[in-house]
Write a new protein. Structure first.
Length: 250
């Protein structure tokens, strides 16, 4: 049950905020002032005990200790807490004079890599054999949500787990670097197509999902794929959204 803050020192939080030095820039001061106010209000609201506070400290420590260049536990916790999704919503909030909304953005999540290679349009992101994996053809158009015109040169950034539920860096015994990862540029008609695997549920570490939910359909007449997904993407006008890059986590 929430308790009144009147039983606590009414000046304590402001004194902590005032302790920030004069070299702190305005934006950093704004962010940390709000953070201090909210975290102090949280502690007072639940009347956080010393043991509970220390449990939280150990948990935060464990996030840093278990993180590696390939494993970002801080980002994964932001995902679990919904913070990354909220920041993404704030960053991509769009007000337009139309009822049609652009394709929703996808958070990067902990399994995205900046090192995914550009591949030829129509190529495959499947580098290594995937037992029980079902090859699929994914294709579609990237369109301006307002003008409905195709966007040439837009980047489709794709990454997915293999059929065993693991991404490349989780599974070095079976997967080479950048297996099931790739970037593709749309052609002059705003179209893209490439081969991937039918998505399977991916595994999360258990020592301490953001999925594109889509329907694949059977594909006939293509020796490279058993399934097909047509997925058109509608982007906001240039200058309104941050960029023309679409990320998709399958």
């Amino acid at each position: 049950m929430a308790t009144s803050s009147s039983k606590f020192d009414p000046n304590f939080t402001q004194n902590v905020i005032n302790a920030m030095g004069p070299k702190v820039d305005d934006r950093t001061r704004e962010i940390f002032s709000a953070l201090i106010r909210h975290i102090h209000d949280f502690a007072r609201e639940v009347e956080l005990t010393t043991d509970e506070w220390m449990t939280g400290v150990h948990f935060v420590n464990s996030i840093g200790q278990i993180s590696t260049p390939q494993r970002n536990e801080g980002q994964r916790m932001s995902d679990v807490l919904g913070l990354e999704s909220l920041v993404d919503e704030i960053a991509h909030k769009l007000a337009m004079d139309t009822e049609e909304a652009p394709t929703s953005s996808s958070i990067l999540g902990p399994f995205w890599s900046p090192n995914a290679p550009f591949r030829e349009l129509g190529g495959s992101i499947i580098q290594d054999p995937a037992p029980n994996g079902q090859p699929a053809l994914m294709h579609g158009k990237v369109l301006d949500v307002v003008t409905k015109k195709p966007i040439a040169g837009a980047i489709v950034d794709i990454w997915q787990a293999s059929s065993n539920g693991k991404y490349d860096f989780q599974d070095p015994e079976n997967q080479t670097d950048n297996n099931l990862r790739g970037k593709f540029r749309t052609d002059e008609n705003g179209e893209y197509h490439f081969y991937c695997l039918h998505p399977t549920a991916y595994s999360l570490p258990t020592d301490v999902k953001d999925d594109l939910v889509v329907d694949f359909t059977p594909l006939e007449g293509d020796k490279n794929a058993q399934l097909e997904l047509k997925y058109d993407i509608r982007l906001a006008p240039k200058g309104v959204a941050p960029n023309k890059e679409l990320q998709a986590n399958l």
